[in-house]
Design a protein around this ligand. Structure first.
Ligand code: BGC
Length: 528
C-alpha cells in the first residue's frame, strides 16, 4: 500500500564499502557521551528542589522563601494541586530557553568551524554552569548557572547527533547514533541515584554536590571533543579535501572509498552555493525536511515523557506513595529507560525506524489509557485518594514502566536520529538547530505547565498526551519514509519515492542521475 512508505531494498541506492571499525566505534562512543550533560541535567534539575533532594526544605527556604512559606501554609488535601508552583518551574525551564538560543548560534559554528568545536563549546559552557550552580550563594547565581547549562546543551545537542550520523557507516548509522540517547538515559539515571544519596548528607549542602557534579559529564565531552577527529563531511565543507580522504579511509577501514568521497565532495559543492541556509530551508524543495525538523521534536515532547522524567516522584507521591517508594519507582523507570534504549540500538538498523515508531506509539497509547483509568478510578475528580491498596500501586508503576520502554525504543532515540540523517548537507546544520529549538520549546512548555495541567486536567492529563500519541502514530504511518540502510548523502531517494513527498522533489532540483544539484559524482545511483 502506498501510504505505508517505502522500504528501500538493496539496489535502490548505493552501497558504499566500509566496515564497522574499532576506530569508528570508539569515536562514536566518545562523541555520544555528549548526551550525558543533557541527561544529567534532566535528572537533577527538578529533583533538587521538588523531589527528595531537599528533604528538610533548606534549599527552598534559602533561595525561594516565598515558595517555602506557601508550601508550609498549604493544608489542602487535594493531591492534584499540591505541587503547583510557578516560580520553581520557571527556574527549571529557563534552561530550555537558553538552549534554544544557543542552538541557533551553534548552527553557524557547526557549519563554518566544524562539529568538534561546537561540542567543545558545549562542554565548556556546561562546565561553567555547573561550577556557578555548585557554588551558588544567591538565587541569581542559580539562574545564571542554569542559563550557562542551557547554552552548553544547545551546542551539544546541535552538533553531537550530526557528528554521529556523519561518522557512522550507513548500515550502522542508527545504532551508533542512538549512543547519544543512551547517554541521555544514563545521565538521567546517574543523576537521580546520586541525588538520592547526596540528599542524605547532614547539614543540607548535598544539593551543591548534585548541581556541581555536572562538571564530570561536562569534562568528559570537553576532553572528548579535543581528541575526536572531525567528520570527513565537515572537513570537505571547510576545504580540507586531502585530509578528509585519508580520514575517510581510516574511518571506513577500506581503501576503496572513492565513490563515497566523491559524493561527499559533490554534496559539499552544492552546499557551498547556499549562502543563506536559513532562508534556503523555506524553499519548496526542502518542505519534507522542514516538516520533519519541526514535527518530530514536537511530537517527541507531546508523548508526555518528560512528565515522567521530571515529575515521576511527584506523580508517584501524588497518587499516594510514600517518599521512599516514590524514589524507588523513579529509579526503576530510569533503569527501564536505559535498558529499553539498548533494545533500539539492537533493532533500529534491522527492523527499521518505522517499525519502532509504530510499535512504540501503540504501546505508549495503551499504557496511557490504563494509567488514566487507574488514576481516575481512584481519585475521581476531587483528588482524594483514600487508602491505596498495594496491587493498585504496582499496576500503575508497571504500566508507567511499559510506557517508558515504548518511548525509549521509539520516539526517544528516533527523535534525535531521524532528523540528523534526513537533512542534505547544505541545510543540515540550520535544520538541526530547528530540531533542537523545537525540542527545547516544547520541553520548556511541558515542564512549565505540567503541574498546572495536573491540577486542572487531573487524570485527563494522560488522555491529553494519549491523543497526541494517536496523531503522531498516524503521521508516521502516512508521512515518514523508512531511512534505514540509506547513505546519508543519498537520502533524497526516500522522498522521491514517497507517495506524498515526491510532489516536492522535481527533477530540476534533484536530477535523476542521483546528484542533488551536484553534477558529477552521483551517476551510478539507481534511482527509479
Ligand atoms: C528527550 C528528553 C527526554 C529523554 C528521556 C530524550 O530523547 O529529548 O526530553 O527527557 O529522552 O530519556
Amino acid at each position: 500500500m502506498p501510504a505505508a512508505g517505502i522500504v528501500p531494498g538493496p539496489g535502490n541506492g548505493k552501497e558504499y564499502p566500509g566496515n564497522l571499525t574499532l576506530y569508528v566505534t570508539i569515536t562514536c562512543m566518545v562523541a555520544a557521551m555528549g548526551g550525558l550533560i543533557f541527561g544529567y541535567d534532566i535528572g537533577i534539575s527538578v529533583c533538587v528542589f521538588f523531589r527528595w533532594g531537599d528533604v528538610d526544605g533548606l534549599v527552598l527556604k534559602k533561595f525561594f522563601p516565598s515558595v517555602y512559606e506557601k508550601q508550609k501554609a498549604d493544608s489542602s488535601t487535594n493531591q492534584y494541586c499540591k505541587f503547583d508552583s510557578q516560580t520553581l518551574t520557571m527556574f527549571t525551564s529557563s534552561l530550555y530557553l537558553a538552549a534554544l538560543a544557543s542552538s541557533l548560534v551553534a548552527s553557524w559554528v557547526t557549519r563554518k568551524l566544524g562539529r568538534k568545536l561546537s561540542m567543545l563549546f558545549g562542554g565548556l559552557l556546561f562546565c561553567a554552569g555547573a561550577l556557578i550552580n555548585g557554588f551558588a550563594q544567591k538565587v541569581w547565581m542559580l539562574i545564571v548557572g542554569r542559563i550557562f547549562l542551557g547554552f552548553g546543551i544547545g551546542f551539544a545537542n546541535q552538533s553531537v547527533p550530526l557528528y554521529l550520523s556523519e561518522m557512522a557507516p550507513y548500515k550502522y548509522r542508527g545504532a551508533l547514533n542512538i549512543g547519544f540517547q543512551l547517554s541521555i538515559t544514563i545521565g538521567i539515571l546517574v543523576a537521580n541515584v546520586l541525588n538520592y544519596f547526596f540528599a542524605k548528607i547532614k547539614g543540607g549542602w548535598g544539593w551543591r554536590l548534585s548541581l556541581g557534579g555536572a562538571v564530570v559529564p561536562a569534562l568528559i565531552i570537553t576532553i572528548g571533543s579535543l581528541v575526536l577527529p572531525e567528520t570527513p563531511n565537515s572537513m570537505i565543507e571547510r576545504d580540507q579535501r586531502e585530509e578528509a580522504r585519508i580520514k575517510l579511509k581510516r574511518i571506513r577501514g577500506v581503501e576503496d572509498i572513492e565513490e563515497e568521497f566523491n559524493d561527499l565532495v559533490a554534496a559539499s559543492e552544492a552546499s557551498r552555493k547556499v549562502e543563506h541556509p536559513w532562508r534556503n530551508l523555506l524553499q519548496r524543495k526542502y518542505r519534507p525536511q522542514l516538516t520533519m525538523a519541526i514535527l518530530i521534536p514536537f511530537f517527541q515532547q507531546l508523548t508526555g515523557i518528560n512528565v515522567i522524567m521530571f515529575y515521576a516522584p511527584v506523580l508517584f507521591k501524588t497518587i499516594g506513595f510514600g517518599s521512599d517508594a516514590a524514589l524507588m519507582s523513579a529509579v526503576i523507570t530510569g533503569v527501564v529507560n536505559v535498558g529499553s534504549t539498548l533494545v533500539s540500538i539492537y533493532g533500529v538498523d534491522k527492523w527499521g525506524r518505522r517499525f519502532l515508531f509504530l510499535e512504540g506509539g501503540t504501546q505508549m497509547l495503551f499504557c496511557q489509557i490504563v494509567v488514566a483509568a487507574c488514576i481516575g478510578a481512584k481519585f475521581g475528580i476531587d483528588g482524594e485518594p483514600g487508602h491505596l491498596p498495594k496491587w493498585y500501586a504496582i499496576v500503575v508503576v508497571l504500566f508507567i514502566c511499559i510506557y517508558v520502554a515504548g518511548f525509549a525504543w521509539s520516539w526517544g532515540p528516533l527523535g534525535w536520529l531521524v532528523p540528523s540523517e534526513i537533512f542534505p548537507l547544505e541545510i543540515r546544520s540550520a535544520a538541526q538547530s530547528i530540531n533542537v529549538s523545537v525540542n527545547m520549546i516544547f520541553t520548556f512548555i511541558i515542564a512549565q505547565v505540567f503541574l498546572v495541567m495536573l491540577c486542572h486536567l487531573k487524570f485527563g492529563l494522560f488522555i491529553f498526551f494519549a491523543f497526541f500519541v494517536v496523531v503522531m502514530t498516524i503521521f508516521v504511518y502516512f508521512f515518514l519514509p523508512e531511512t534505514k540502510n540509506i547513505p546519508i548523502e543519498e537520502m533524497v531517494i526516500v522522498w522521491k519515492q514517497h507517495w506524498f513527498w515526491s510532489r516536492f522533489m522535481t527533477d530540476v532540483d534533484y536530477p535523476a542521475n542521483g546528484a542533488v544539484e551536484m553534477g558529477k559524482g552521483g551517476n551510478s545511483t539507481k534511482y527509479v
